[in-house]
Write a protein that binds this ligand. Structure first.
Ligand SMILES: Nc1ncnc2c1ncn2[C@@H]1O[C@H](COP(=O)(O)OP(=O)(O)OP(=O)(O)O)[C@@H](O)[C@H]1O
Ligand SMILES: [Mg+2]
Length: 284
C-alpha cells in the first residue's frame, strides 16, 4: 500500500533502504552487508536468531549508531547526513525498556513529545491521543512503576506514537507478554496504521506474529538477509524445496531452515541472552 507523503517528501521514496550496510563491534561483524527495502505503508518483519544483527541494523536506521559502511535512507533522507530529518520521521520502541518508572504514564509520553519536537500547543492533545490509542487513559496519571509489564510495553508504544511517525520501529514489542496482551499491542498498532498509513518495521521471535501481521519478512543470519518475501512465499518456497506431500511448512520451519544450521557460539552469545532475559524479566 502506498500512501501520499506529507511535508513535501518525494511520495515515491521507500520507507527504508539499506544498501551494503555494515557495522562491527570490534571483531564482531554485527551487520555484514545488509541490503533491505521497506516499502511505504507496509508492515515489515526483521526476523533472525539471537545475535543476527537485527537490533544493530535498527539502531543504524534510527541514527542511534553511525553508518560506517554502506548506505541507509529513510523516506529518501540519508541516515548519515540528515540525521535530524530521519529522526523526525521515526517512532522507536527499543528492545531495552525506555519508560521512566518514576514518572506517570502521561509524563513519560509528554517527555517524548518534547524530545521529538511536537509543537508545544499540540502537546497535551497529542499525549492524550497517544495514551488513548493504547488504552492507557485510565492509568495515565499513575506512576509507571505501578504498571504491569503489558502496560509498560503499551506505554512505550504511546511514547513512540506521540510524534505521529511515518515509520514506527519496534524491537521485540511483545517480548514477555501474555497472548492477549500481544494481540492487544498489534491491534493498537493496526488501528493507528489504518488511520495514518504509518509504515512499521518490527523485530520479533514470535513466528506466529510475523506470519499473521507482517506483509513481508526478512530472515537475517550473521548480519545478512538470507531469505525475503511474504510469509506465504517463504513457507511455500520451503515446501517446494522439500518436495514433501505433508503439511505446508510454517514460518518457524523457514526460520529453522535459515538459521538452524548456523546456531553456533557466534550467534546468541551470553550478552544477548542476558539482555533478552533482563528485558523479559523487567517487562513480564
Ligand atoms: N554494544 C555492543 N558491544 C559489543 N557487541 C555487541 C553490542 N551490541 C551487539 N553486539 C554484538 O553484535 C551482534 C549482533 O547483535 P544484535 O543485538 O544486533 O542482535 P539481534 O539480532 O538484535 O539479537 P537478539 O535477537 O538477541 O536481540 C552480536 O554478536 C552481539 O553480541
Ligand atoms: Mg535485538
Amino acid at each position: 500500500m502506498t500512501r501520499n507523503a506529507t511535508d513535501g517528501e518525494a511520495p515515491a521514496a521507500d520507507a527504508v533502504t539499506c544498501a551494503g550496510l555494515a557495522y562491527s563491534f570490534g571483531e564482531t561483524k554485527a551487520v555484514d552487508g545488509l541490503d533491505l527495502t521497506v516499502r511505504d505503508g507496509e508492515v515489515f518483519g526483521l526476523l533472525g536468531p539471537n545475535g543476527a544483527g537485527k537490533t544493530t541494523a535498527i539502531r543504524c536506521i534510527t541514527t542511534l549508531l553511525p553508518v560506517p559502511a554502506g548506505m541507509v535512507s529513510v523516506f529518501g533522507h540519508d541516515a548519515a547526513r540528515e540525521r535530524m530529518a530521519v529522526r523526525r520521521l521515526l517512532g522507536y520502541v527499543p528492545q531495552q525498556l525506555s519508560a521512566d518508572a518514576g514518572l506517570t504514564g502521561r509524563e513519560n509520553v509528554a517527555l517524548f513529545a518534547r524530545v521529538f519536537d511536537v509543537p508545544r500547543r499540540e502537546r497535551a492533545r497529542r499525549v492524550q491521543q497517544a495514551l488513548a490509542a493504547v488504552d492507557l487513559t485510565h492509568a495515565a496519571d499513575r506512576l509507571a512503576n505501578t504498571y504491569s509489564g503489558g502496560m509498560v510495553r503499551r506505554l512505550e508504544l504511546a511514547q513512540a506514537l506521540v510524534s505521529a511517525p511515518r515509520l514506527l520501529i519496534l524491537d521485540e514489542p511483545t517480548i514477555g507478554l501474555d497472548p492477549i496482551a500481544r494481540t492487544n499491542v498489534w491491534e493498537h498498532i493496526n488501528v493507528v496504521r489504518a488511520a495514518t498509513g504509518m509504515t512499521v518495521l518490527v523485530t520479533t521471535h514470535y513466528m506466529d506474529e510475523a506470519d499473521q501481521y507482517c506483509d513481508r519478512v526478512a530472515l537475517l543470519h550473521r548480519g545478512r538477509v538470507r531469505a525475503l518475501g511474504t510469509p506465504e512465499e517463504l513457507r511455500t518456497g520451503l515446501g517446494e524445496r522439500l518436495g514433501t506431500e505433508g503439511p505446508l511448512p510454517t514460518l518457524e520451519d523457514v526460520f529453522r531452515d535459515v538459521a538452524g544450521s548456523g546456531l553456533d557460539d557466534q550467534s546468541g552469545d551470553f550478552r544477548d541472552v542476558r539482555s533478552t532475559r533482563r528485558t523479559a524479566s523487567r517487562v513480564g
